[in-house]
Design a protein around this ligand. Structure first.
Ligand code: AMP
Ligand code: MG
Length: 335
């Protein structure tokens, strides 16, 4: 899970709340190694903190590699009793679909390599090309399958990592929970991944900020852009969030599963907008692996995915931005 470095994205202030007497409920807490913020308008002022916390605990018990007793951890330990539950199956199926679409640039079997580089749930290892080659044998989404709730692996050393997709999925589940309570105006954020539905009373849109990819002086605006989010989800990936430096080199936590090395491009952060947050989360990671040019080509070829992107990239030491056409209008509204 991501470190709790993520800035609060929710810029939504409540300018128009006084005009209409529907109370804004704001909940927050810690989960999945980061924080969450949920805002919603509820005529009955219902407080769902307990339910959301218990939902987040249930998600952890299924999807967290940091919980040694979770479903995913048990599969990683080759426990032969554990069976996939509903959460595991949903995330697994979408992860495989995105792996197929991206030809393995997004791949949940990258776990042994993520661990070796020191970004996973096991101790960092001494890394060299021989080590990477030996671990690449255990990477590849075509080497696994879910069969009647059992994970079938080509080799017992194959392990899974859901960290590039589980937060997005969790946002979707919280949103779904709110909708089950007839709440149709909400903003859910977990670790920087967001989903918004409806708007605030008085027709003011929920707004979100895209953070700048690195150290920003305190005096400066931490957001590269601010835009309204209407019935959409958004997720950001960036190597500026988790990395370390060794011998003057920077190593980021997003790994190219085909080479075993951290993805390294001019792309500093990839923000993806999609109908659901799980998809946005998975593609944000995939685009960091592809790099900007390949990601733009991918988007042109897969318009039916209905994704929009906002990329921040390094152009000879300067931060520049690229955004897809569909964002133009929204960006104009607020920037
Ligand atoms: P995110 O912050 O959503 O981009 O997720 C990054 C995390 O996903 C990393 O810390 C790893 O645990 C895992 N990961 C790294 N590279 C990949 C990849 N190519 N495909 C899937 N998961 C990855
Ligand atoms: Mg992701």
């Amino acid at each position: 899970m991501k470190l709790p470095l993520i800035q609060l994205y929710i810029l939504a202030s409540c300018l128009s709340c006084n005009a209409v007497s529907v109370p804004l409920i704001k909940l927050s807490g810690a989960a999945q190694g980061t924080t969450y913020h949920v805002s919603y308008f509820s005529p009955g002022s219902a407080d769902y903190q307990k339910e959301i916390d218990s939902l987040l605990r249930a998600l952890d018990t299924s999807l967290s590699t940091y919980n040694p007793f979770s479903v995913i951890s048990k599969f990683n330990q080759n426990d032969d009793i554990v069976k996939a539950d509903e959460h595991f199956t949903s995330v697994f199926d979408r992860a495989i679909a995105v792996a197929e679409m991206t030809d393995g640039q997004f791949d949940i079997t990258v776990a042994p390599i993520v661990n070796a580089w020191g970004f996973g749930f096991a101790e960092k290892e001494k890394i060299n090309s021989a080590k990477i080659d030996s671990l690449l044998k255990y990477v590849g989404f075509r080497k696994i399958a879910l069969n009647k709730g059992r994970l079938v692996k080509e080799h017992p050393l194959i392990m899974l990592d859901f960290n590039a997709i589980a937060q997005g999925y969790s946002v979707d589940r919280i949103a779904e929970f709110l909708e089950s309570k007839n709440i149709s105006n909400y903003l859910v954020e977990l670790g920087g991944e967001v989903k918004a539905k409806g708007q605030k009373p008085g027709k003011e849109m929920w707004k979100i900020g895209i953070e700048r990819p690195g150290e920003v002086p305190e005096t400066d605006d931490p957001y590269q852009a601010v835009l309204p989010l209407y019935n959409r989800a958004m997720a950001t990936s960036g190597n500026y969030r988790r990395f370390y430096e060794e011998n003057g080199r920077k190593y980021g936590h997003i790994i190219d599963p085909r080479t075993g090395y951290p993805a390294k491009h001019s792309l500093l952060s990839a923000t993806v907008f999609a109908d659901d947050c799980m998809t946005a989360d998975a593609y944000a990671t995939a685009f960091m692996v592809m790099g900007m040019e390949k990601a733009i080509q991918f988007l042109a070829l897969h318009k039916t995915l209905n994704l929009e992107v906002f990329f921040i990239f390094d152009d000879n030491g300067k931060w520049k931005t690229y955004y897809s056409r569909g964002l133009e209008q929204s960006l104009k509204k607020v920037n």
